[in-house]
Write a protein that binds this ligand. Structure first.
Ligand code: GAL
Ligand code: MG
Length: 973
C-alpha cells in the first residue's frame, strides 16, 4: 500500500506534516512556474478508495464544491458537519485527486527544485511519478516540498495532489463559514541555487533602526566557505555584521547546514509607517558566494514602525491609535475561497474609503497578497492562526494529541508573515476555549517574535484584568458598551481593551455603532474593535437546479443583487440538512462587495475631519487623525436650508496637526427667514490616493446652525369635510390603501434571533384586527376612532382629518396598553397609486438609516428613485428606512404626485413591499415588487441593535407603551 495512505494522516492529529519544508518569509512568487489551470481530477468517496479510470477536470486554484461535483458547499457555524468526535473523521470522506504533467525546465539542472501548494483543505498528500513526497495540514498556509531528488530537469513529471476533505484537522478548522474541499491558492514550482536563503527576518523600528537576520542553507551539503549576504535598502547598501555568522564548514557530519548572518543599519530621517501614511522602503537581500556571485535574492518592503503596550494602551509609534477594524474572511461568491489580487485590492480600497484602518484576518492566515496590500494601503492587521475548535473546544484545548497542531499553526503563521509592518498583533485563533495548547503556541510566538503583542479572546475571556494568560490584550466579543466603559473606569484595567468582534452586521443591523464610538473616543482605556464582519458570504447560485454558478459567473450580479434566475445562496440552499441558515450573511458588504448602508454610517463615525458649532466664534474644525495633516483633503461648505435649497462655498481647510482644532468664520450669512439650517463640510480626497481617486468623498461632517421654529398646523379650510368611507378610512385619489396604524415591521435578523419577533407574533402585531368605533364630523373635522385588537390587548387609534389649503391635515394618536412593552414601530402605513417613482425629501440621507444607526446621514435635500430606496438584504426583512425626515414628495415623471409634511423629523420608509411581502419569502429574488409605494410614517421606530449576536439596542431606542402622537399633512402636487 502507498505509505502515505498507510499512515492514515487524516486520523492522526499528532501528524501535522511529513516531508514538508520549514515555513519562511522568502517570497518565491516572482520567477516561479505557475501550475494553475485545469488539472485531471477525480473525486473519491474516501481517501483510501481505489482510483477510477475516468478522470474529469478541475481548476486550480479552486474548490471542487463549486466546480460541478455532487459534493456541494455546506454552511455550519458552531456544530461540526459530521458526528464523529475529535480526532475522528467520518468514513465517507470526499477526497479529490488532482493530477497533471509538469515539464521541468532543462535549465534548472543543478538547482534545488521546490513545489509550493498555496493552500489545500484539509489534508494534502503529494506524490510525484507515483512516489510519496509529503503530507501537510493547516489549510490556509502554503506547504513546500523539495522535489530535487524526484524530478529531473528537462523531463516531464506527473504531480499528484490528493486532498482529503474531513480529518482530525477539521475539528480545529471549525470556523463559522462554508465548508469546501480543494486547493484554494496557487500551486508553484520554483528553483533555487543549492546555496539559498532559507529565511529572512526584518525588524525595522520607528527611529530608523533596521535589522535583517538571514538564514542560509546549502542543499545536500555543508555551507561553502566565504558566503556572505548583502542588502540594498532604497538604493543604499547594507553591510553584514559578520560576528553573527555561525556557519561552520568544518563539521562534515552535517549534510544540510544552516548559516546565519545579520545586516544592521540606521536610516536617518526615516519616514515611519503607520496606517495613515504607510511609507515603505524597498529592501533586497542578496546571498553571495565568496567570489561575489549572487546565488539567491529576496525582496521585501520595509515599514519602520514600533508596536508596544504601555499599561492599558496599545501604541503604534508611541501613539494610542484607534482601531477601526473589521473581520475579514477570504471569500468570493464565485470561487468560494480563492481571491485574486484585484479582489483583495478591491476589498481593502473599499475599507479605506469607508474609514476602516484595521483588519482581523478571521479566522486564519489570509491570502499572502492581503498583507502586501495592507502594508501598502495602510491597515493595522491582527493576523490570526487557523485554529478554531468551536464544537469541541473544551476537549481539544488541553488535548496533547493536538499540541503539535496548535504550535505548528501559530509558528508557521509567524514565520510566513513576520516581515509585514501592517501586522501589529498575532492572534492564537478563535473560539477554542483556553488550554495548555494555547500557552505552548503563545510561548513559541513570544520567543520568536518579541516585537508584537499576542491576543486570544478565549484566554482573556474570564477576567479582562488578568495578567497571567496567553493574551496581552483583552479582546472580548460582543461586549455591551456599558461593560467596556465600566471596566475602563474600574481602576482594575491592566491591558488594552479592543473587541475582537462587535456590532454584528447580519441583515439590517449595526444599531448603536455610533454609541460604541462615542464611548470609545471619550473613555481612556478603550481603543476600538473589529466589526463582525466584512462579507455576506452568499454564494451565487442558479435558482433552477440549486447549483453554484462558479468561476464563470462574473457579470451575473450588480449592486448587491443577483441577475434574474440567480440568487445569493446561504445555509440550506444546497440541500444541506445540517446548516445554520442565513447566519452566514452577516457582513457590511453584499456578496459582490456592494457596501451596505452601515458602511456610510461607519465612514462618518471615523471622519478624519470633525466640526463643532460655536455660537459666536463660528465653526471649529478638528483633525481627528493620529499622524496626518489635512493637506490630502479638499472640502466644500454646503448650507442646507429647510426652506431654501442648498448653497455651496469653497472651503479652505486649516493647517492642523493631528489632534488640533481651529475656529473658522461662518462661511455663509444665514437668511433671516428663521428656518432650520445645517452646515456640512463635504470632504473629498484632494489628489489620487492609492485607494481612491481624487474627489472621492471622505466624510460629510455636519453641524446645525439653526433649529426649526415651532410649527403650527396649517389653517383649516372652512366648510369642507375630508372624505372617509363607512369604515372611517380616508378616501383619496392618490392612495390605493388608506392610512392605518402599524405596530409591526418585517422582523430583521436581529429581531428574529434576539427573540423580539416571537413576541410580536404572539401579540398578533402582524395581524391586528381593526374595528372602527366612532366617526364624528364637527367643526370641519372628521374624527375617526378605531381599535386594533391583538393578543396583548387593544390599541386605541384616533385620526383627525382636516381639510387644509391644497390637502388634508391628519392628526393621529395611538394608545398602547402596558402589555405591549416592546413593539417594532408606532405609525401610519398607506399605499399609493402606481407611477410615483421618485422620492425627494428634506431630512437625513441619502442612505438608509434607523434611529440607532443615524449618526452619519446629513440633513439636506435628497432625491432617490423609489426602487433604489430598498436595501436588498439577502433574507428579506425591514429595509429602506430613512431617519429624521421632515417632508417628502413622491412624484411621477410628469410631476404629478403627492407630498407629505411631518410635524417633526420622523422615521419614514417608502418601498414596493408590505411588511408581510417581506416575511413570506426567504430570498431577495423571490420578492415581487408592487407597482405603487408602500409608505410608513413612524411616530416611533425601534432601534436595530445587534441581537442576532450580541447586545440588543439600548433602552433609549425602544418603543414604550402609552400614548404616541404624530401629525402630517398630505397634499397633491
Ligand atoms: C463569533 C465568531 C464568528 C462568528 C460570529 C457570529 O462568535 O467568532 O466566527 O461566528 O460569532 O457571526
Ligand atoms: Mg465559531
Amino acid at each position: 500500500m502507498d505509505p502515505l495512505l498507510a499512515l492514515r494522516p487524516w486520523q492522526a492529529p499528532e501528524v501535522t506534516s511529513w516531508g514538508r519544508l520549514p515555513m519562511n518569509a522568502v517570497d518565491r512568487r516572482a520567477g516561479a512556474l505557475k501550475l494553475d489551470g485545469d488539472w485531471r481530477f477525480q473525486l473519491l468517496p474516501a481517501p483510501d478508495a481505489p482510483l477510477a479510470d475516468v478522470w474529469s477536470s478541475a481548476y486550480v486554484p479552486g474548490v471542487w464544491t463549486m466546480q460541478g461535483t455532487d459534493d456541494l458547499p455546506q454552511y455550519t457555524n458552531v456544530r461540526m458537519p459530521f458526528a464523529e468526535f475529535p480526532p475522528a473523521s467520518p468514513p465517507a470522506d470526499p477526497t479529490g485527486v488532482y493530477e497533471r504533467e509538469v515539464d521541468v525546465p532543462a535549465d534548472w539542472s543543478g538547482r534545488r527544485i521546490v513545489l509550493q501548494v498555496g493552500a489545500a483543505e484539509s489534508v494534502l498528500l503529494v506524490h510525484v511519478d507515483g512516489r510519496p513526497v509529503g503530507v501537510s495540514k493547516d489549510s490556509r498556509l502554503a506547504a513546500e516540498f523539495d522535489l530535487s531528488a524526484v524530478v529531473s530537469p528537462g523531463e516531464r513529471a506527473v504531480v499528484r495532489l490528493t486532498v482529503v476533505k474531513w480529518s482530525d484537522a477539521s475539528h480545529i478548522e471549525d470556523q463559522d463559514q462554508w465548508w469546501h474541499g480543494g486547493i484554494t491558492r496557487s500551486v508553484l514550482l520554483y528553483a533555487t541555487d543549492p546555496l539559498y536563503l532559507a529565511d529572512v527576518t526584518v525588524r525595522a523600528g520607528r527611529y530608523g533602526d533596521l535589522r535583517v537576520d538571514c538564514r542560509v542553507r546549502e542543499a545536500g551539503g555543508a555551507l561553502p566557505e566565504g558566503w556572505y549576504v548583502s542588502g540594498e535598502l532604497a538604493g543604499h547598501l547594507l553591510t553584514q555584521d559578520t560576528e553573527f555568522d555561525r556557519a561552520n564548514a568544518e563539521d562534515d557530519r552535517v549534510s544540510d547546514f544552516l548559516g546565519e548572518a545579520r545586516l544592521l543599519t540606521t536610516v536617518a530621517d526615516v519616514r515611519t509607517w503607520n496606517a495613515e501614511t504607510p511609507e515603505l522602503y524597498d529592501l533586497t537581500v542578496r546571498l553571495h558566494r565568496a567570489d561575489g556571485t549572487v546565488t539567491d535574492a529576496s525582496h521585501h518592503r520595509v515599514g519602520f514602525r514600533d508596536v508596544e503596550i504601555d499599561g492599558r494602551d496599545l501604541l503604534v509609534n508611541g501613539e494610542r491609535v484607534f482601531i477601526r477594524g473589521v473581520n475579514r474572511h477570504d471569500f468570493h461568491p464565485l470561487t468560494g475561497r480563492t481571491v485574486s489580487y484585484d479582489d483583495l485590492r478591491g476589498d481593502l480600497a473599499l475599507l479605506k474609503r469607508f474609514g476602516f484602518n484595521a483588519i482581523r484576518t478571521s479566522h486564519y492566515p489570509n491570502d499572502p497578497t492581503l498583507y502586501d496590500l495592507a502594508d501598502e494601503l495602510g491597515f493595522y492587521v491582527v493576523d490570526e492562526a487557523d485554529i478554531e475548535s468551536h464544537d469541541h473546544a473544551h476537549e481539544i484545548a488541553d488535548d496533547p494529541r493536538y499540541l503539535n497542531a496548535f504550535v505548528d499553526r501559530v509558528a508557521r503563521m509567524v514565520l510566513r508573515d513576520k516581515n509585514h509592518p501592517s501586522i501589529i498583533i498575532w492572534s492564537l485563533g478563535n473560539e477554542s476555549d483556553y488550554g495548555a495548547n494555547h500557552d505552548a503556541a503563545a510561548g513559541w510566538a513570544r520567543r520568536h517574535d518579541p516585537t508584537r503583542p499576542i491576543q486570544y479572546e478565549g484566554a482573556a475571556k474570564l477576567d479582562w484584568a488578568a495578567t497571567d494568560d496567553a493574551s496581552d490584550i483583552a479582546c472580548p466579543m460582543y461586549a455591551p458598551i456599558e461593560d467596556c466603559v465600566a471596566h475602563a473606569l474600574s481602576g482594575r484595567q491592566t491591558r488594552p481593551l479592543i473587541q475582537c468582534e462587535y456590532s454584528h452586521a447580519m441583515g439590517n443591523s449595526n444599531g448603536t455603532l455610533a454609541d460604541h464610538w462615542a464611548a470609545i473616543e471619550s473613555t481612556p482605556g478603550l481603543q476600538g474593535g473589529f466589526i463582525w464582519e466584512f462579507w455576506d458570504h452568499g454564494i451565487l447560485q442558479h435558482v433552477n437546479d440549486a447549483r453554484p454558478v462558479g468561476r464563470g459567473g462574473a457579470g451575473l450580479y450588480d449592486n448587491g443583487v443577483a441577475a434574474p434566475g440567480h440568487r445569493w445562496a446561504y445555509g440550506g440552499d444546497f440541500g444541506e440538512t445540517i446548516h445554520d441558515g442565513a447566519f452566514i450573511a452577516d457582513g457590511v458588504v453584499f456578496p459582490d462587495r456592494t457596501p451596505k448602508p452601515v458602511m456610510s454610517e461607519h465612514r462618518e463615525i471615523a471622519a478624519p475631519v470633525r466640526l463643532e458649532c460655536l455660537r459666536h466664534e463660528g465653526i471649529v474644525v478638528g483633525n481627528h487623525q493620529h499622524f496626518r495633516g489635512l493637506d490630502w483633503l479638499a472640502a466644500e461648505w454646503r448650507l442646507s436650508l429647510a426652506d431654501g435649497g442648498t448653497l455651496t462655498a469653497p472651503a479652505e481647510l486649516p493647517a492642523l496637526r493631528p489632534g488640533e482644532t481651529a475656529a473658522v468664520p461662518l462661511p455663509f450669512e444665514l437668511p433671516e427667514d428663521g428656518g432650520e439650517a445645517w452646515l456640512t463640510l463635504h470632504v473629498t480626497t484632494a489628489g489620487d490616493e492609492p485607494w481612491a481617486p481624487r474627489g472621492t468623498v471622505v466624510c460629510v461632517p455636519q453641524v446645525r446652525l439653526r433649529a426649526a421654529a415651532p410649527q403650527s398646523p396649517p389653517p383649516p379650510v372652512r366648510n369642507r369635510f375630508v372624505e372617509v368611507d363607512g369604515d372611517g378610512l380616508l378616501v383619496h385619489p392618490l392612495l390605493t390603501s388608506a392610512p392605518t396604524l402599524s405596530l409591526w415591521r418585517a422582523p430583521t435578523d436581529n429581531d428574529e434571533l434576539g427573540g423580539m419577533a416571537v413576541n410580536w407574533r404572539a401579540w398578533g402585531l402582524d395581524a391586528l384586527e381593526r374595528e372602527v368605533v366612532d366617526i364624528r364630523r364637527s367643526d370641519g373635522r372628521v374624527t375617526v376612532a378605531a381599535e386594533y385588537a391583538g393578543a396583548a390587548g387593544v390599541v386605541r387609534h384616533t385620526q383627525v382629518f382636516t381639510a387644509v389649503e391644497g390637502g388634508i391635515h391628519i392628526e393621529e394618536s395611538a394608545e398602547l396598553p402596558d402589555a405591549l412593552t416592546d413593539v417594532a414601530r408606532v405609525g401610519s402605513v398607506f399605499e399609493t397609486v402606481p407611477g410615483l417613482d421618485l422620492m425627494e425629501w428634506y431630512g437625513q440621507g441619502p442612505w438608509e438609516s434607523y434611529p440607532d444607526r443615524s449618526f452619519g446621514p446629513p440633513v439636506g435635500h435628497h432625491s432617490v428613485p423609489v426602487d433604489e430606496l430598498f436595501t436588498p438584504y439577502l433574507r428579506p426583512q425591514e429595509s429602506g428606512g430613512r431617519h429624521g425626515v421632515r417632508r417628502f414628495t413622491l412624484s411621477a415623471p410628469d410631476a404629478t404626485g403627492l407630498t407629505v409634511a411631518l410635524d417633526e423629523p420622523r422615521q419614514v420608509s417608502v418601498t414596493r413591499y408590505r411588511a408581510e411581502d417581506l416575511t413570506s419569502v426567504a430570498h431577495h429574488d423571490e420578492l415581487v415588487p408592487r407597482s405603487g409605494c408602500v409608505v410608513h410614517l413612524d411616530a416611533a421606530h425601534r432601534g436595530l441593535g445587534t441581537a442576532s449576536c450580541g447586545p440588543d439596542t439600548s433602552p433609549s431606542y425602544l418603543v414604550a407603551p402609552g400614548i404616541h402622537r404624530w401629525s402630517w399633512t398630505l397634499r397633491a402636487l
